[in-house]
Design a protein around this ligand. Structure first.
Ligand code: FES
Length: 113
């Protein structure tokens, strides 16, 4: 099974961790299954950007980005060239490394109040 290395995130995963998930699993589902409580405001249907991750290794091994995902990603906080919506990013057979951005769009908005 491919491994997902998660880089440290102050709240969700302070030490960083490595998990395993079956090919065909979305990164979002894999994280949630391992109690890494990434935001997923729309429930994984590509209608928010709260599940945004930056893929630091293995980006090209994931399924291709579809247009819907690209459109949504444009609104994500802290967009990077290797950003994905984790609910749309499906593991194939290679390991990946992901970084969960410091903020999701929901938190960024709350922070502005
Ligand atoms: Fe909403 Fe992924 S959970 S786009």
């Amino acid at each position: 099974m491919p491994k997902i290395t998660i880089l440290p995130h102050a709240e969700l995963c302070p030490e960083g961790t490595v998990i395993e998930a079956a090919s065909g699993t979305s990164i979002c589902d894999a994280l949630l299954k391992h109690d890494i409580d990434i935001d997923n405001a729309c429930g994984g249907v590509c209608a928010c950007t709260t599940c945004h991750v930056i893929v630091r290794a293995g980006f090209n091994s994931l399924n291709e980005i579809e247009e819907d995902e690209e459109d949504m990603l444009d609104r994500a906080w802290g967009l990077q060239p290797h950003s994905r919506l984790s609910c749309q990013a499906v593991l194939q057979d290679q390991d990946v490394t992901v970084e969960i951005p410091k903020y999701s769009i929901n938190l960024a908005k709350e922070g502005n109040h």
